[in-house]
Write a protein that binds this ligand. Structure first.
Ligand SMILES: NC(=O)c1ccc[n+]([C@@H]2O[C@H](COP(=O)([O-])OP(=O)(O)OC[C@H]3O[C@@H](n4cnc5c(N)ncnc54)[C@H](OP(=O)(O)O)[C@@H]3O)[C@@H](O)[C@H]2O)c1
Length: 291
């Protein structure tokens, strides 16, 4: 059975998720964005305790109180494990961090908890004991990882009392490593759900340091424009269709705070995107034909 088969129906209800990292910059705009996402049909909402120092979670907690029925209709996901620029998977830190998350969100349980960036000093047995304690206390229903290499995921899985359900990594047309380095292969092998952070990085805004060369990027933009003219829509929509085509069922986490963009992004899942166009865009990014 796939690991992610255990997830609540809300997790699988929409092919895209909504990322809450930017919602506290302008609270009114952020509130409108979350409500627009919910009303448009997004059901997976992603948080981390470090986003705006907890302010994104607090704002979301207010929204959950205001919008009747929303808490039970969504899959609420949090991330912990980063403390003051260091990664910390110690029992003390993880348990304290989860209590803070629940308090700010105003809920008694997270549907999914991800370990944000893998602590190089983590003891997987200690992490497993934390998972068990959180399960016993009813504070978390499912666990996963973020930014984990295949070997890191396998190491944590080997000790975990429950299957790890997700790996949230950067995947976009600039950062395509997950396609090649075994991350998505492992997701398919184990049934781990891959979530793409900054899914439109590079295309809609500068990525976290461009990895593609200017020449490669010119090819990407030309191919995006050709495909946008063919399918209709814009570069962002084609970018998302490219992600959604992968058989590992990548969930792009949309981070826009503009209601129209949030709603429009969903249309990418309606595009009958072809294998040929997936490869053409991939080749543009590589700057060379597949061997
Ligand atoms: N696990 C990790 O380490 C990690 C790291 C980073 C992020 N994340 C998660 O991933 C989520 C998504 O990341 P992200 O916020 O960088 O997502 P994104 O969807 O790739 O980028 C959203 C940004 O692009 C801008 N944008 C410009 N043109 C746009 C267009 N045409 N359509 C849509 N947006 C456009 C948005 O501006 P407007 O708001 O003005 O529309 C917003 O600033 C985060 O919210 C967070 O939950 C996780």
């Amino acid at each position: 059975m796939r690991n992610d088969a255990q997830l609540p129906n809300a997790y699988h209800a929409c092919r895209l998720g909504y990322g809450c990292m930017r919602i506290a910059g302008d609270r009114d705009k952020g509130r409108a964005a979350v409500i627009a996402a919910y009303e448009a049909g997004y059901r997976l909402f992603d948080h981390a305790d470090i986003y705006a120092g907890g302010a994104c979670e607090s704002l979301f907690g207010e929204i959950l109180k205001e919008v009747s029925g929303m808490r039970d209709a969504i899959c609420l996901q949090g991330k912990v494990g980063i403390r003051a620029g260091r990664y910390d998977f110690s029992r003390e830190h993880l348990l304290e961090a989860v209590d803070g998350v629940l308090k700010r969100l105003g809920v008694d349980r997270l549907d999914v908890l991800l370990l944000h960036r893998i602590d190089l000093l983590a003891d997987p047995v200690e992490v497993a004991e934390v998972f068990q304690a959180l399960l016993d206390q009813g504070k978390v229903s499912h666990f996963g990882v973020s930014n984990a290499s295949p070997s890191q995921l396998r190491m944590l899985q080997a000790h975990s009392p429950v299957p790890l359900v997700a790996n949230q990594v950067e995947i976009n047309l600039d950062r395509t490593e997950a396609v090649y380095d075994g991350t998505l292969d492992q997701c398919l092998e184990l049934g781990v759900s891959p979530q793409a952070w900054c899914p439109i990085g590079g295309v809609a805004y500068g990525a976290w340091g461009k990895f593609a060369s200017p020449a490669q990027w010119r090819l990407v933009e030309a191919e995006l424009d050709r495909q946008a003219a063919h399918y209709g829509g814009d570069r962002v929509g084609i970018n998302l269709a490219w992600l959604l085509k992968h058989p590992a069922k990548i969930i792009p986490l949309i981070g826009s705070t503009t209601p129209e963009r949030i709603t429009t992004a969903l249309a990418a899942s309606e595009i009958a995107y072809t294998r040929e166009d997936w490869y053409l865009l991939n080749e543009a990014r590589r700057g060379q034909r597949m061997p």
